[in-house]
Design a protein around this ligand. Structure first.
Ligand code: FEO
Length: 171
């Protein structure tokens, strides 16, 4: 039996993950239209990962015999000032998501819900890489500055990213 306080924050996290997916989709569209197809690809894959994160929490709630609660997904920003501004927001957003997940872990622990605590630790650990990658990309983009040729080199690098379902082996 899952406590109401735990169920509530897990449902809110489903919404937050789908918001993340929608945010990265708008960023991907912006990058595509700005001519950076590789960066658009990286952001599109990021969006797919966020969908997988949200769906996995949804499935967890159902497995625990709980009805997820659904809420409106807020509208993300739909345009950006620059590619650098996009990655500044990616990093800030991932830092925000980390704080949401830390809060879930804290609530699960205080409610002695070991199943949820164990479940959410995967997400907490994943955030280390999420923040590190966003930080690394932002730093590269800052160093590139106004050098369009170097930005297109990074664009080519990011074109190679492919989506791998992080939960494929857990089914
Ligand atoms: Fe679902 Fe980017 O963390």
């Amino acid at each position: 039996m899952i406590k109401v306080s735990v169920s509530k924050v897990l449902s809110e996290q489903i919404n937050a993950e789908y918001y993340s997916a929608y945010l990265y989709l708008t960023m991907s569209a912006y990058a595509d239209r700005a001519g950076f197809k590789g960066i658009a690809n990286w952001l599109f894959v990021q969006s797919q990962e966020e969908m997988a994160h949200g769906t996995h929490i949804y499935q967890h709630l159902l497995e625990r015999g709980e009805m997820p609660s659904f809420a409106e997904i807020k509208l993300p920003p739909i345009t950006f000032d620059s590619i650098k501004a996009v990655f500044e927001q990616v990093l800030a957003h991932e830092q925000h998501v980390t704080s949401l997940l830390d809060n879930i872990a804290t609530i699960a622990m205080s409610e002695k819900d070991h199943a949820t605590y164990n479940f959410i630790l995967w997400y907490v650990n994943e955030q280390i890489e999420e923040e590190a990658t966003a930080d690394e990309l932002l730093n590269k983009i800052k160093m590139i500055g106004d050098n369009t040729a170097l930005l297109f080199n990074l664009d080519a690098e990011l074109a190679t990213r492919v989506f791998n379902d992080p939960f494929a082996t857990q089914a």
